[in-house]
Design a protein. Structure first.
Lengths: 299, 333
């Protein structure tokens, strides 16, 4: 049985350049992730702030033996954003595409497909594989039964599943952080930086429900998919994606590694992760084709 | 060439009403999960589609069929069958979102005209060129995230591909990029991409809670709360009232609907080919009135007559009576 890989997904939130540098330095020095995504996915307006840190971050990660992937914008729109996207996907470091726009500039280079691209079946997975996709992190809504079908039909393509973090649920051209603060997107004052894990959105009856992150809407609940290596392999899963939050991501990675290496049971792994202080309650309902916000008993 | 008015037909009788009221084209879908408006009591059987196409063609109108959900892994047969049924009915085009369905249609039904559904959310010249070059897509329904200025630039950028663009001008308004929203399935397990429904009625509750008024819930989550005796609106998730940062607001979108009637001259100038009216869930009376009003507005525009006050004429028909021109005005963001 091949070892299940651990991917640290791109940071979805508006973290300062200093925070990003310190975060990835820690990941490079201490973590067990074998693949690490860098780059801005959610908002092109954040790029002028984070862009300067990436060369150093990439070098640090690569020196530490990590495979680095540059994740790209999910909703590129301005000329500047589209130009930046074209440059990123045609560079030396492998890119993850999060919008069809990026396909135009790949020209045969290998790439990965992010969970914000709609790959719901084996025929679309095969289409991307035929264009050079190396791995696909499947959409968060997709049940494990469908993951298994896709993985089986597309051997040679790594099927990756979103295993940890607030679920990326929706994108808009409207910025909800700006709207909440009575601002327009064009003069947003970058206030999404106040909520480094996203801002909780509760119902008027006080139920925990969603979270906003600029133009993105996430779940309030934190996805916790805690398979043993056997369970993951049975569904053809080759990688688990761990999505960055402000809690101790080095320990999150170590916990998943121990789980996959059989040194920890799913129940122990869950207890250990809960003890780190998750930004929301654990959820996992999508995996069985159910309500995303629900939490089902671990097998 | 005149702007093409593309009108919703949730049922065969709505199709006839739209055609009789002056629709240049109508769009509809099958009664199954291949269609992003898979609501109870709506849609067409293959035989009804064939009859609808006959009715429309006799009166000079076109029929566009939406097979615009994402095919289920390991079970693509219903989507393949739907594509074949669209061609067999003699429809004028098929509206598709999934790369798997586009690929199948392009390979096995090369004579079928392909339109890219709004559910594919293609919003850049590069994305549109990809769909045109790879599958021969002839028209793209633009996501409701672009301003008029952006649409104009986009149309100039894709002019060389010959791809037409279609934009929504009236009806429901998604504040999220279509086809990229899993809010409904997070609350209910059912989503537009997976089964063609959003905020589905089976999961809706209207709870009379006495002095606290009426709570509307979706999958157990409170979407809004209304004062005792006040009319409670349908709990469409993104139009709900939520609490964030200590503030209660319609955070995602107010309970408004889209009306871009006053923007028709600018949309025409922006190079748009077709104007789409949302509302396959609407009855034939509503359809007839909206289509007739928009047709008058389009005809007046084409004849160079002063713009008909379509906005005012349609004001009584919309949710809560409130309208917006949405993302077409940049300040919406």
């Amino acid at each position: 049985m091949a070892r299940i890989g651990l991917t640290l997904g791109p940071c979805l939130f508006n973290w300062s350049a200093e925070r990003l540098l310190a975060f990835y330095r820690g990941i490079a020095e201490n973590s067990v992730y074998d693949r690490v995504h860098v780059g801005e996915v959610v908002c092109g307006k954040r790029m002028p702030f984070s862009d300067p840190v990436w060369p150093e971050v990439i070098e640090t990660l690569q020196s530490a033996g990590k495979e680095v992937v540059i994740s790209t914008l999910a909703m590129p729109s301005t000329v500047r954003e589209r130009k930046a996207l074209a440059e990123l996907v045609s560079g030396d470091v492998m890119a993850e595409i999060n919008d069809i726009t990026a396909l135009a500039s790949l020209e045969g280079r290998p790439f990965t497909v992010g969970p914000l691209i709609n790959v719901y079946n084996e025929a679309s997975a095969a289409f991307f594989a035929g264009r050079g996709a190396k791995s696909i992190c499947l959409p968060v809504e997709l049940p494990l039964s469908s993951v298994a079908v896709i993985a089986k039909a597309c051997e040679g393509l790594e099927a990756e599943v979103f295993a940890f973090g607030r679920l990326p649920l929706a994108l808009s051209s409207r910025c909800y952080h700006a709207r909440l603060h009575g601002l327009h997107k064009d003069s947003c004052q970058f206030i999404c930086d106040r909520d480094p894990d996203g801002l909780a959105v509760d119902t008027v009856d006080g139920q925990k429900f969603l979270a906003i992150n600029g133009i993105q809407t996430l779940s309030d609940g934190v996805q916790l998919f805690l398979p043993t290596a056997g369970e993951a392999s049975a569904h053809g899963i080759k990688r688990l994606r761990i999505s960055p939050h402000t809690l101790d991501m080095v320990t999150v990675g170590a916990t998943y590694r121990r789980l996959l290496d059989g040194e920890m049971s799913p129940t122990e792994a869950k207890e250990s992760l809960l003890a780190l202080g998750l930004p929301g309650a654990p959820v996992n309902g999508y995996l069985s084709g159910g309500v995303g916000a629900s939490q089902l008993e671990l097998a | 060439m005149s702007l093409e008015l593309v009108c919703p037909a949730g049922t065969p009788s709505a199709l006839r009403a739209a055609v009789d009221a002056g629709a240049h084209s109508v769009y509809c879908g099958f009664r199954d999960e291949t269609n992003a408006r898979n609501f109870p009591g709506l849609n067409f059987s293959p035989a009804e589609l064939k009859e609808g196409v006959r009715y429309a063609h006799q009166r000079g109108a076109k029929v566009l069929v939406a097979v615009n959900t994402f095919a289920k892994a390991g079970a693509m047969e219903p989507w393949k069958k739907a594509v074949a049924n669209v061609e067999a009915a003699g429809a004028d085009a098929i509206i598709v979102a999934d790369i798997a369905v586009l690929d199948h249609a392009a390979r096995h039904h090369p004579d079928l005209r392909l339109h890219l559904s709004v559910q594919a959310a293609a919003a850049t010249p590069e994305a549109i060129a990809f769909y045109a070059d790879t599958f021969g897509v002839r028209r793209v329904v633009l996501p409701r995230v672009l301003s008029v200025e952006e649409i104009k630039k986009l149309n100039s950028a894709v002019a060389s591909t010959g791809v037409e663009t279609e934009v929504f001008v009236f009806g429901g308004l998604c504040p999220m990029a279509e086809g990229r929203c899993a809010l409904s399935s997070y609350a209910t397990g059912k989503s537009p991409n997976l089964v063609g429904v959003c905020s589905p009625p089976d999961f809706v509750e209207y709870c009379d809670e006495g002095a606290d008024g009426t709570a509307t819930r979706l999958g157990g989550f409170t979407i809004d709360r209304f004062a005792p005796g006040a009319p409670a609106g349908y709990p469409t998730l993104c139009k709900g009232s939520f609490v964030a940062g200590g503030k209660t607001s319609h955070l995602f979108e107010d309970p408004v609907s889209l009306n871009a009637a006053s923007l028709l001259p600018r949309l025409r100038e922006a190079g748009v080919t077709a104007l789409k009216i949302e509302g396959r869930q609407r009855g034939k009376g509503y359809i007839a009135e909206v289509v007739r009003t928009f047709r008058k507005a389009v005809d007046a525009l084409e004849a160079g007559r002063p713009q008909v006050e379509a906005e005012a004429m349609l004001a009584g028909l919309v949710e809560g009576g409130r309208q917006t021109s949405g993302a077409y005005q940049k300040t919406w963001r």
